[in-house]
Design a protein around this ligand. Structure first.
Ligand code: GUN
Ligand code: FE
Length: 447
């Protein structure tokens, strides 16, 4: 069928008649362009007849295969609060909406209910890999890892570390408690997925404003010793930037705090990065860390407008994050739409170079996200050798939010644009992770 994928930032390739061969272990063995049929391609690659099954996109119904989305920053525990932020900004939003909800995850029944639903919802929207924040609770965080593994979603699972400047009712009581709970989660995930093929721990200092220097540096050391990835927030809101400066005067900048503690490296995901200085941008590029761009959240909490092109120009890796529930949508497609609009708002201030194209935001949603997660060698597009993490998009399915007219069927670029601006999970017919069908409107669960 038709395959659409990103080869580079502004290079979205549409292959109208291709065949992709996926081995039983989920690896893409071949990508034939101009394929006359799946059978002819299988024969060309010496696949015996009867040894494979065929899944085709339907040319008469405007459908195409697209790589699975990467959500490089999402708080699984905050899912019940999507859309609830009133007129708050970051720091009062945390105190009035977020910490009370997160503290309720001491109850595993709450954790089970919320985590099952957020994973079903994101998978159904085509998110095949997500970098999750859980809460401070080790047991609940372990449950999130169990649920992701069972559902078949690739997930980075972070127990949230916060031992300073946090409410008494919701925090790590001291450094030792934070360390013990963090190691408990690492042990659990090692047991359920020893090679971290599907679920991996990720070290998660909530942000510099809720961690002691000792905790930050212990996490930095741990990540060096174990090669585990790190996720945190950076420079989201101006009051937060001031708070971090006053709490951690040992560093010259917000990025400098993480750097001095060994937390800035090529497996680090930095969410937001709205108010970085030029020196911080260069430091982040030099360290090889990536940015999770969260445009829906930055608009909702009036945090500001991240200069994505400015980051990319310096060689900083960028992906997209929903940042549920600072962000109101669990959909990366919707987030890509927001990224495009925010870039146009930035350009309205007089600098056209900020504008992101459709090709570019879809790159951020897939291959860009894979780079930020350190997985671009095995995920992000359909090149042979990578894993089959994919979605089958159907635009004129039943109840589709997109109207397709007969003369548009061959105009693939237009179809992609219409999908980006009006599509949703009703258009996601099938979702595969690691070659396995795991979600979509056409997915029937046998469990
Ligand atoms: N900074 C610290 N914690 C959070 C959080 O939960 N969400 C967002 N958006 N920013 C944060
Ligand atoms: Fe966040």
């Amino acid at each position: 069928g038709t395959f659409v994928h990103s080869l580079a930032l502004a290079d979205l390739q549409v292959i109208p008649s291709a065949a992709v061969g996926v081995a039983e272990n989920g690896t893409i063995e071949f990508l034939d362009q101009n394929a006359s049929s799946a059978e002819a391609s299988a024969e060309r690659h010496s696949w015996p007849a009867g040894s494979y099954s065929v899944v085709a996109s339907d040319p008469s119904s405007a459908s195409f295969f697209f790589p699975g989305f990467f959500d490089t920053h999402i708080h699984a525990s905050q899912y019940p609060n999507v859309g609830l932020f009133g007129k708050t900004t970051l720091l009062d939003w945390l105190n009035s909406y977020t910490f009370p909800l997160e503290s309720s995850f001491s109850d595993l029944k709450v954790a089970d209910n919320v985590y099952s639903r957020v994973i079903a919802r994101t998978l159904g929207n085509g998110t095949t890999t997500a970098a999750y924040y859980a809460t401070v609770h080790a047991a609940g965080t372990n449950l999130l890892a169990d649920i992701a593994l069972k559902a078949g979603q690739r997930a980075f699972i972070g127990r949230c570390c916060m031992d300073a400047n946090s409410p008494d009712y919701y925090c790590d009581k001291n450094l030792e408690e934070a360390q013990k709970a963090t190691l408990e989660v690492l042990d659990h995930i090692k047991k359920i997925d020893p090679n971290h093929d599907i679920v991996s721990p990720i070290l998660t200092p909530r942000f510099a404003a809720s961690c002691s220097k000792e905790l930050l540096c212990w996490l930095g050391k741990l990540s060096t010793e174990t090669s585990l990835p790190v996720q945190t927030h950076i420079s989201e809101n101006l009051l937060e930037v001031e708070l971090v400066k006053s709490m951690h005067p040992f560093a010259a900048s917000y990025a400098g705090v993480y750097d001095k503690c060994g937390l800035l490296h090529d497996k680090t995901i930095l969410a937001h990065a709205v108010h970085l200085t030029d020196d911080e941008r260069l430091l982040i590029a030099k360290r090889g860390s990536g940015v999770a761009h969260c445009p829906a959240s930055n608009s909702a909490l009036t945090s500001g407008e991240t200069r994505v092109k400015w980051l990319l120009d310096a060689g900083v890796k960028v992906g997209l994050g929903t940042d549920v529930s600072g962000g109101f949508t669990p959909s990366i497609l919707h987030t890509a739409r927001q990224a495009l609009l925010v870039s146009r708002h930035l350009s309205m201030k007089g600098d056209e170079t900020h504008k992101l194209s459709i090709e570019e935001v879809l790159y951020l949603a897939t291959l860009g996200g894979a780079e930020v997660c350190g997985l671009a060698n095995k995920l992000g597009n359909f090149l042979p050798g990578k894993k089959w993490d994919a979605q089958l998009i159907t635009l004129d399915c039943k109840n589709s939010p997109v109207d397709i007219f007969p003369w548009e069927l061959e105009k693939h670029e237009d179809l992609v644009a219409k999908w980006l601006f009006n599509g949703d999970d009703r258009n996601v017919a099938k979702v595969w992770v690691d070659g396995k069908l795991v979600a979509g409107t056409a997915f029937i669960s046998f469990q």
